[in-house]
Write a protein that binds this ligand. Structure first.
Ligand code: FAD
Ligand code: 2HG
Ligand code: ZN
Length: 471
């Protein structure tokens, strides 16, 4: 081991630095789109260690890639293939530091796995509402760095809205303690919101103070079939009107997306998919009681059937049934992965523009490539679609990706712009969308972002090449 690595090893202890052995879980991205090579994988145990590591790397101008659970959808958390970058795995920093019941907050280290944070909150009698399919492995640091969304944004907001304070190690190795837990603090620039969503390009999040909510008295889940995307949007309007703030989830799933779950996970028994072009998963979280929630929910379904908005619906009768319905939704990504590599889009469109967007874009794509399959699903309540594209039957997905990814991205993103949207809703930019961002983000916004990057990380050591090219 060279002198530099010896220095890092002294900071974290020799058992927390790896340079040999199988490093696949750190070096390969979740979608298997890319594989890098780290100079070393280092796992710090404290904020002070992170600070010392950053200072040592800065001195040698060695760049750092922070990593939580490595579930990034946009190749944001693996090293490049140069063998010169430090992969900083935050997973050892996973303690709950404090729960303040009266302030409705909890402070956790950034390597804490989301599901464990949810469970710790629940044990203390509270809800931490961030909820993603990857919650068994993604971390709070990764969630905040990507400003993750998930399935309860319609009621509780995304990761940014659930965070009141941060502890950060800056790109020059200083520790900023901003774990205030304040709901109001107008003392200048909002540093917290600069680091949230910065994908490890400005500094390393080491801890966060998060918002807690009372546990709902009841949660109900329903599954409904609709004949068109217009009807899906109509149902969303009705749900807002009739459930008010109790509406906590509204997911849309296209027929082809559900057919993949049916094909790869036949034990899951997907309801209503064969006879409906789209299905909707709705959730209500009620602070009064189960019977109150059920009355509201049944009222909504009744009205939607009478108005011809839905064809049929199932309301889960037990927690187990509700879980089974959610499992279908959460496994669309796994079913797509089982089907083979695909082109993913994570787009944001004003809800009102979703029907014309889908009609326009479906037509363009199917005209361009015969037999292409569109895996359209996502968080309709937030105007966020995963408008993914799968190869035609019989075509090798790898070759499909190589041949069409660039053109299909351009087609979808042009359409997103036409309807007033954004090319990344919740997954971030990573490396996959850096070039597209150049084409689709306002040039003045990009120039301000570049100035911020240069001011906070002048030597470009923090996750270089992600989000924005610094030079
Ligand atoms: P990583 O993948 O390790 O890193 C993500 C980015 O954050 C990288 O740029 C990395 O450098 C940076 N980073 C990580 N930790 C830190 C830190 N402590 N300080 C600074 N930078 C850091 N996303 C959604 O928004 N909604 C969903 O519904 C959703 N569902 C998913 C379902 C599946 C099955 C999978 C595989 C992914 C899903 N994702 C979803 C994407 C992903 O899980 C999220 O982006 C998640 O927030 C990433 O967390 P992570 O800990 O795995 O971060
Ligand atoms: C989800 O909503 C995730 O399930 C993953 O954001 C989306 O696989 C995808 O494209
Ligand atoms: Zn999503």
């Amino acid at each position: 081991m060279n002198e530099f690595l010896n220095k890092l090893s002294t900071i974290v202890g020799s058992t927390h630095i790896q340079t040999t052995g199988d490093l696949t879980k750190y070096e390969e991205d979740w979608r298997k789109r890319a594989r890098g090579k780290a100079l070393a994988v280092i796992s710090p145990g404290t904020t002070r260690e992170v600070s010392l590591l950053v200072k040592a790397c800065l001195e040698e101008r060695v760049s750092i890639v922070p990593q939580g659970g490595n579930t990034s959808m946009v190749v944001g958390s693996i090293p490049n293939d140069s063998g010169t970058q430090i992969l900083l795995s935050m997973q050892r920093m996973n303690k709950v530091r404090a729960i303040d019941a009266a302030n409705l907050t909890m402070t956790v280290e950034s390597g804490s796995v989301l599901q464990q944070v949810q469970q710790s909150a629940e044990k203390a009698g509270f809800l931490f509402p961030l909820s993603l399919g990857s919650q068994g492995s993604c971390t709070i640091g990764g969630n905040l760095s990507t400003n993750a969304g998930g399935t309860q944004v319609v009621r509780y907001g995304n990761a940014r809205d659930l965070c009141l304070g941060l502890e950060v190690v800056s790109a020059n190795g200083e520790i900023w303690n901003g774990l205030s837990g304040l709901r109001k603090d107008n003392t200048g620039y909002d540093l917290k919101n600069l680091y949230v969503g910065s994908e490890g390009t400005l500094g390393i999040i080491t801890a966060a103070t998060l918002k807690l909510y009372p546990l709902p008295a009841a949660k109900l889940t329903a599954w409904a079939g609709v004949q068109s995307i217009e009807q899906a949007v109509e149902l969303l309007g009705l749900a807002h009107k009739m459930l008010g703030p109790a509406l906590s989830g509204f997911e849309v799933m296209g027929q082809f997306a559900l057919s993949l779950v049916d094909k790869h996970f036949p034990q899951m028994k997907v309801p209503l998919w064969k006879e409906n072009p789209y299905c909707i998963l709705l959730e209500a979280s009620d602070n009064e009681s189960e019977s109150h929630a059920r009355t509201l929910f049944e009222g909504l379904m009744q009205k939607a059937i009478e108005a011809g908005v839905i064809t049929d619906a199932v309301i889960a009768e037990s927690l187990a049934q509700a879980k089974a319905l959610w499992l279908i939704r959460e496994n669309i990504t796994m079913a797509q992965a089982a089907q083979g590599l695909n082109i993913k889009h994570d787009i944001s469109i004003p809800v009102s523009q979703i029907p014309p967007f889908v009609m326009h874009t479906d037509a363009l794509i199917t005209q361009k490539i015969e037999g292409v399959r569109i895996v359209n699903f996502g968080h309709l309540g937030d105007g966020n679609l995963h408008y993914n594209v799968q190869a035609p039957q019989g075509i090798d997905p790898k070759i499909f990706l190589q041949t069409y990814e660039h053109d299909i991205n351009a087609l979808v993103y042009d359409s997103v712009m036409k309807f007033g949207g954004s090319i990344s809703a919740e997954h971030g930019v990573g490396s996959l969308k850096v070039n597209s961002l150049k084409d689709y983000k306002d040039p003045t916004a990009l120039s301000i972002m570049r100035s911020i990057k240069q001011a906070l990380d002048p030597h470009n050591i923090m996750n270089p090449g992600r989000v924005i090219n610094a030079l």
